[in-house]
Design a protein around this ligand. Sequence first.
Ligand SMILES: [Zn+2]
Ligand SMILES: [Zn+2]
Length: 160
Amino acid sequence: MTEEREIADEPRLIEQVTLPTVGLVCQRHAIFVNTGETLPAEGEAALALCGVRVTLGPAPEEMLPGVPAEVVDCADCQGIIWDEPDPRPAHARPRLYIRRVGTVPVHIVDVEGLTATTMTSLCRTVFHLGEALEQLAPGAGAPCTGCLLASLSRPALLAP
Ligand SMILES: [Zn+2]
Ligand SMILES: [Zn+2]
């Protein structure tokens, strides 16, 4: 049996109905799969947003012979979906990775370095609004050594 593992090409929410641990009402949980991650296959375990471990598979059709299964949305999963549409961890500090078009080093700009018209990188390079800049994904390109050292030595959540 060969199965192609499917890779998510965009962030996805998968629904999985689980048998109740108590009572007769099934719970519909949501599982988040980020871009590039493998979609869980049937029979595999995955972690729902609410932290419950679920096994992927068809939803139970009836709980008792002749009685269709009743399903409710898991309130915890729903709460996470609606309250935090951005699945990034809350402690992730926004940083910009900027370089001038045509140059190599990628500078790191912390939120503290942002003003309405300028961006000051950790190595104190100032970029002005209107310059030809490009923003890169974290880890892309060759980081500026000054910025890199500064980002390592600077505790992430303390002001200078
Ligand atoms: Zn849930
Ligand atoms: Zn720099």
